[in-house]
Every structure is written in structure tokens, then in C-alpha cells.
Design a protein around this ligand. Structure first.
Ligand SMILES: *[C@@H]1O[C@H](CO)[C@@H](O)[C@H](O)[C@H]1NC(C)=O
Ligand SMILES: *[C@@H]1O[C@H](CO)[C@@H](O)[C@H](O)[C@H]1NC(C)=O
Ligand SMILES: *[C@@H]1O[C@H](CO)[C@@H](O)[C@H](O)[C@H]1NC(C)=O
Ligand SMILES: *[C@@H]1O[C@H](CO)[C@@H](O)[C@H](O)[C@H]1NC(C)=O
Ligand SMILES: *[C@@H]1O[C@H](CO)[C@@H](O)[C@H](O)[C@H]1NC(C)=O
Ligand SMILES: CC(=O)N[C@H]1CO[C@H](CO)[C@@H](O)[C@@H]1O
Length: 405
């Protein structure tokens, strides 16, 4: 019975890719609206022991108890229903009847909360076509054997979220490395137990990674691991290294040179990095659109001017290649909050050369709170920025000249 309940739960909590999931459960041909409705009805009949029990007339009557929505069904009854019907029916009903699904999910969340590891162990072998798997946990339960099971059964997986699973050890990363050569998205944010050796190993196998979240992985995100990422994962577009305080310039430099397609990089709280990191990124990563340098205290104006300078260098080429899609390139988001060494003229130059950066109230794309010396910077909202662009670029040239001399 637990297994059946868990299969249903998995629909919401484990399985995100509904299409692949339905294909897996039903076979392509059967996934038709009418088919789903039939399943739903079959399920209802199980629920109430007879054909026409008033479903669809705004409610279901059972002696002494009026049920207007699925969520009103007592938990014992739900459990009984689930234990009677086959997995496929339950799943198919979930596909059409969100009320049913929500009822089960809200009612049985505790089951999942306390049995995540067992759920995964029993479910993974059933979902061999799974492409996306999100295993978020309130309290970490996932253990290496669950990840090993996923790795040996769900060979098509491309997107895996294991964030905050700090019970996992290096064994999990080794299992992922060998199980998923085609992994494009991996979230191990907050998985603090992994070592840099195992991460390095992983990058040698998962070479198609595009999105990687290592936020808080202090032990694994070292310069050595970043060098491996730079050598192996040239398609990387998004990397979160937030609060990875072992990351230094050598690592970021390797990353910048090895992953020229990087678009989003979070270096917040990487206290060891200096201007050299930003200069390498500015030189090598023309698509960089979002950069977080929050609390990187050793970043100075030099870093800001390197971004500006590369913007000027790349602009003519960009105009040509983007055919007017000017706004799609260049920094769109920058967080230099708490970077106390940066001065107003440098940030002004930055604002002037990246029109997408703005400080419109309530939705800053340039965040500089905590830098008291920046109060004199005036960064326009997007509309004005467009208009000011030509004047701005002239001013920027002047600023650059000043800085260089
Ligand atoms: C990975 O992708 C390649 C190319 O798309 C494919 O040939 C291969 O079978 C895939 N490997 C796995 C384990 O899915
Ligand atoms: C990864 O996990 C963290 C923590 O659960 C979450 O905030 C983040 O949105 C997830 N996704 C990506 C793509 O980083
Ligand atoms: C960062 O700045 C502090 C203070 O100026 C300095 O002591 C430290 O050596 C710098 N760190 C690096 C990695 O350059
Ligand atoms: C800037 O970055 C820090 C660290 O990631 C974050 O806490 C803060 O919310 C960011 N600020 C904005 C406005 O995005
Ligand atoms: C920023 O301003 C404060 C107070 O005005 C001053 O003490 C500090 O030296 C300034 N820092 C820099 C880097 O200019
Ligand atoms: C194929 C390839 O380039 N693999 C590299 C992955 O990263 C490690 C560690 O930096 C290198 O030793 C491999 O050569």
C-alpha cells in the first residue's frame, strides 16, 4: 500500500516532467483526454463502491458526510482507495483531477517527509524514462543508496536537484558521474559533504552540464574543482558558487577561459577573489549577463573598468552579430552590495555602458546597497537609458581615458 501511495505522491513531489511521466505510465497512445477521464471515473467508483454516486453534480454524498471536494475525503478512505486501485489508474486520475491529487498530496505529505529515501528506492526503478527529478527536502533524508538507485535506473535523467542533501557522501557523486553522461542540470546546493576530488571526477563524465548549483559546497568548490570544470564542461552557462569561500582567482580564471559561454555567475561571499577574477571573466565571457559579487571585499574599481572596457571592445562585433538585438548582450544584473572598495565614478561608468543595468525603485538590476560611497551614482531606468546611450558611451570613453592615464 505504501508503495502505491508513494507512486501517486511522486507525481507531484518527485516528478516534474509530466509528459515523460505519462508516456512512461500509460504508453503514448493512451494519453488522451477521454482515456484520462475514464481512469478518473474508475477511480471514483473504487472510492464509493458503486457506479453513479453523484460525482459531477457538485459533490458526493456518503452517509452522514457531505463531500464537496476531494480534499474533504477522510484520509483513511483515501488510503483505502489507493490501496485498491492499480498504480496506473491512480496516476492517470492524478493527471486529470487536480483536486484528487492535491487532496492526496496535502494529506500524505508527512509520509513523503519521513520516507523520502524509501520512496526513492522503491520508485526509481519504475520511472526509467524520467528526465527531471527534483528531490527537495525539509530535513535531509536522502542517502547514497537512493542516489545510486536513481543512477542505475533512470538513465535518461537530464535535470537533477539534490539540494540540501547533506547526508550524501562522495559515493553519490561517483554514482552520478557513471550514471548520467547526459546530465545538463545539477543542483547540489547545500550538499556540504562532497569533496573536490569527487566533483572533479564528476566533471570528467558529465561534460554536457549547462547549469550547476554549488552554493555552499565549501569543501567541493575549490580552485582544483573549478579547473576541472573549466577543462571538461565547456558548455556551462550558469554556475552558483555562493559562499564557497575556498574559491580563488586561479579557479575563476580557469572557469572563465574554459567556459566562455557562461551567462550567470554567482560569486557572492567568495571572499578570496580579487579583481583578477572579474578581469578574466570580462575578457573571456562575452555573454555574461548576471554577476553577483556580494561581499567580495577585495573587488575594486579596476574590476568595474575591465567590464566597461570589454564592453567597448565587443560592441561593434556584437552590433553585427546580434543585428540590433543589442539589449540581449551585456550585463543585465550586477550585485556589488557590500563591495566597499568600489567608488562612484567606476560604477557610473558601468551604468553608462550597460543600458540594461538600472536602479529603478523596487527592482534594481544593479544592487549596491552597503556601499555608502556609491550614493552619488545615477543609473537611469531602462527607457531613459536607451535615450542616453550615445551620450553615455562618449562619457565612458572619457572615464576610461582618465583611469588609464
Ligand atoms: C546521451 O546522448 C547521446 C547523444 O544524444 C546518446 O547517443 C546516448 O545514448 C545518451 N546516453 C544515455 C546514457 O542516455
Ligand atoms: C537549487 O536548489 C536551491 C536550494 O534548494 C534553490 O534555491 C534553487 O532555486 C535550485 N535551482 C537552481 C537552478 O539552482
Ligand atoms: C583582501 O584584502 C585584504 C585587506 O585589504 C588583504 O589583507 C587580503 O590579503 C586580500 N586578499 C586577497 C586574496 O588578495
Ligand atoms: C545581492 O546578493 C546577496 C547575496 O547573494 C543577496 O542576499 C541579496 O539579496 C542580493 N540583492 C539583491 C537586491 O538581489
Ligand atoms: C568611502 O567613504 C567613507 C566615508 O565618507 C570614507 O571614510 C572611505 O574612505 C571611503 N572609501 C573609499 C574606498 O573611498
Ligand atoms: C577530457 C578532459 O579534458 N578531461 C579533463 C577533465 O578535468 C581533469 C581535471 O582537471 C583533467 O585531468 C582531464 O584531462
Amino acid at each position: 500500500m505504501i508503495l502505491k501511495v508513494s507512486v501517486l505522491l511522486s507525481y507531484n513531489l518527485l516528478v516534474i516532467n509530466r509528459q515523460a511521466f505519462l508516456r512512461e505510465m500509460a504508453g503514448e497512445a493512451k494519453v488522451r483526454r477521454e482515456g484520462l477521464d475514464l481512469y478518473s471515473e474508475k477511480l471514483m467508483m473504487f472510492a464509493f463502491g458503486g457506479g453513479k454516486s453523484g460525482i459531477g453534480e457538485g459533490g458526493v454524498k456518503i452517509v452522514g458526510l457531505v463531500i464537496t471536494e476531494w480534499k474533504d475525503i477522510p484520509m483513511e478512505l483515501l488510503l483505502r482507495i489507493v490501496s485498491l486501485v492499480d498504480d496506473r489508474t491512480v496516476i492517470m486520475a492524478s493527471g486529470v483531477c487536480s483536486g484528487w491529487r492535491d487532496a492526496i498530496c496535502s494529506g500524505l505529505t508527512h509520509l513523503c517527509k519521513n520516507n523520502m529515501n524509501n520512496l526513492v528506492l522503491s520508485l526509481a526503478p519504475k520511472f526509467t524514462k524520467l528526465q527531471t527529478l527534483v528531490l527537495r527536502q525539509d530535513k535531509p533524508q536522502l542517502e547514497d543508496n537512493a542516489v545510486e538507485t536513481i543512477a542505475s535506473h533512470c538513465r535518461d535523467l537530464q535535470d537533477l536537484d539534490l539540494s540540501k542533501s547533506f547526508k550524501l557522501s562522495d559515493l553519490s557523486l561517483y554514482a552520478l558521474a557513471h550514471g548520467f553522461p547526459n546530465l545538463t542540470k545539477l543542483n547540489i546546493s547545500g550538499c556540504t559533504a562532497f569533496s573536490d576530488v569527487s566533483l572533479e571526477h564528476l566533471t570528467g563524465f558529465c561534460r554536457k552540464l549547462k547549469i550547476l548549483n554549488l552554493c555552499g559546497c565549501v569543501k567541493s568548490a575549490t580552485d582544483r574543482a573549478l579547473q576541472a570544470i573549466g577543462r571538461n564542461c565547456s558548455q556551462l552557462q550558469s554556475l552558483n558558487l555562493g559562499w564557497c569561500e575556498n574559491v580563488g582567482d586561479d579557479g575563476v580564471r580557469s572557469l572563465a577561459y574554459g567556459c566562455p559561454d557562461i551567462r550567470t555567475l554567482d560569486l557572492c561571499g567568495c571572499v578570496c577573489i580579487t579583481d583578477e577574477s572579474v578581469i578574466a571573466l570580462a575578457n573571456s565571457c562575452p555573454h555574461l549577463g548576471s554577476l553577483c559579487l556580494y561581499y567580495c571585499r577585495n573587488i575594486t574599481d579596476r574590476a568595474m573598468y575591465s567590464l566597461v572596457e570589454n564592453r567597448m571592445k565587443n560592441k561593434p562585433a556584437m552590433w553585427k552579430s546580434m543585428e540590433g538585438k543589442y539589449d540581449e548582450e551585456g550585463l543585465k544584473s550586477l550585485n556589488i552590495s557590500q563591495c566597499t572598495a568600489i567608488t562612484p565614478p567606476a560604477v557610473q561608468a558601468l551604468c553608462d555602458s550597460f543600458p540594461a543595468l538600472h536602479t529603478c525603485s523596487g527592482r534594481h538590476s544593479l544592487v549596491m546597497s552597503g556601499c555608502l560611497n556609491l550614493t552619488s551614482v545615477h543609473c537611469a531606468c531602462v527607457v531613459q537609458a536607451h535615450r542616453a546611450a550615445s551620450i553615455a558611451s562618449f562619457r565612458t570613453q572619457n572615464d576610461l581615458g582618465k583611469w588609464k592615464s
